[in-house]
Write a protein that binds this ligand. Structure first.
Ligand code: GLU
Length: 416
């Protein structure tokens, strides 16, 4: 039978498995299996050529029992409501596993930002915020960047919200530019959290990180910082990286500064001096110690999992590994650092950004880093200890920690 790659079906299957281990009350199970609220809308955008193009937008507030809903907005041509639903569920478990007082949400627009001008993107971003402005805010739901959205897009959305509401409320959105109330250390935060989880895993496995080989799929904000931080902080030898156009390989290791320069000049990693070409699929199957999927969902599947040779998979992307792949990798003894733990650094610093906005008092980068490290290290060990105690794979353990916390909040509120 072929694998079901619908991300929401996958998110629900993962949740069902954990609910069974937890022996979750059936009414609670039914409630937590679905998003609490969804918004679907059409955004008309005046294009530069004079035409008006209508874009489909979504915002899903999966659960806000533990605090205001939180999660990014993706601009992607393959966006679907089920992808946004899955990502909003994963945000709910992510904020819970990181133990920050927020719920989970996600947004998306079906569009191809590569084909749009800056002015068109600005009009789309403002249109998106106009549609959700009544349903977001510091105490309701706080958007942030995700795939193909960035601090500039957050700035336009913030401005639109503040124009409509008539007051300044910087904490309505995170991942803002520093000059509009962004947090020091927010841009590298997702990657930073990921390398902290790699550091803790290496300690457990007795793996020497200096010189350990690594391949990174995806070279957006997360993948590129993962390369830099893994190289600079731990001396990890990153032998391959890729973007959506293809990958590059060097047995001697790729220098993040050289790759960054080449990317700036050409818009892709391919053709970087001192590297050979490698395909995205071959990159996943390289004989490396650490594999970092940092792109999009469904990259490691029942089709290729058996060919994966890495000892550690650090899931910086959301949903990169399917349940069929999990089964194969678990049987092989691969140490998987599950996505909503591995990539929780971004939302953790988003939460710090909201705190700083509320107090109008800003921390320096060193303080942000040390608080982030503390949060992620604690979350990592909570999951690892759960996996040991219940003898379950790390992904199930992460769900057990997160779902119990969310269920407790739901129960205390008297919802179920
Ligand atoms: N988009 C990021 C994620 O998937 C960050 C979300 C946020 O900061 O709210 O975790």
């Amino acid at each position: 039978m072929s694998e079901n790659l619908n991300p929401f079906a996958i998110a629900q299957a993962q949740f069902d498995e954990s609910a069974a281990v937890l022996q979750l009350d059936p009414d609670m199970h039914a409630f937590l299996r679905q998003p609490m609220r969804e918004f679907h809308f059409t955004i008309p955008v005046h294009m530069d050529d004079g035409s008006v193009k209508s874009f489909q937008g979504f915002r899903v507030q999966y659960n806000d029992a533990r605090g205001p809903a939180k999660g990014g907005v993706r601009f992607h041509p393959d966006e679907t409501i089920d992808t946004v639903r899955a990502l909003s569920a994963w945000m709910t478990w992510k904020t819970a596993v990181a133990d920050i007082p927020l719920g989970g949400a996600k947004g998306g627009v079906i569009c191809n930002p590569r084909e749009m001008s800056q002015n068109e993107l600005q009009r789309l971003s403002r249109g998106y915020m106009r549609n959700i402005s009544r349903f977001v805010g510091l105490t309701q739901d706080v958007p942030a960047p995700d795939v193909h959205t960035n601090p500039q897009i957050m700035a336009w959305m913030l401005d639109e919200y503040e124009v409509l509401s008539g007051h300044r409320e910087p904490g309505v959105i995170t991942g803002k530019p520093l000059s509009l109330g962004g947090s020091a250390g927010r841009t590298p935060a997702t990657a930073m959290g990921g390398v902290v989880t790699i550091r803790e895993t290496a300690k457990l496995l007795g793996m020497e990180l200096n010189g350990a080989t690594c391949a990174i799929q995806g070279y957006g904000n997360v993948g590129s910082y993962a390369h830099q931080l893994a190289h600079d902080l731990f001396g990890i030898k990153v032998v391959a990286v890729s973007d959506e156009f293809g990958g590059i390989y060097s047995a001697d290791g790729l220098d993040p500064v050289v790759v960054a320069q080449h990317l700036r000049a050409t818009g892709k990693v391919g053709g970087c001096p001192g590297s050979e070409e490698i395909s995205n699929s071959a990159l996943l199957e390289l004989d490396v110690a650490i594999l970092v999927p940092a792109a999009i969902e469904n990259q490691i599947t029942g089709q290729n999992a058996d060919h994966i040779k890495a000892q550690i998979i650090a899931e910086l992307a959301n949903g990169p590994t399917t349940p069929d792949a999990d089964e194969i990798l678990n049987a092989k003894g691969v140490y998987i650092i599950p996505d909503f733990l591995c990539n929780a650094g971004g939302v953790t610093v988003s939460y710090f950004e909201m705190v700083q906005n509320a107090y109008q008092y800003y921390w320096d980068e060193a303080l942000v880093q040390s608080r982030l490290d503390q949060k992620i290290t604690t979350a990592f060990h909570a999951v690892h200890n759960m996996a040991q105690a219940r003898q379950v794979p790390n992904r199930v353990a992460a769900y057990l920690v997160a779902v119990s916390r969310v269920a407790e909040a739901v129960r205390l509120r008297g919802w179920v």
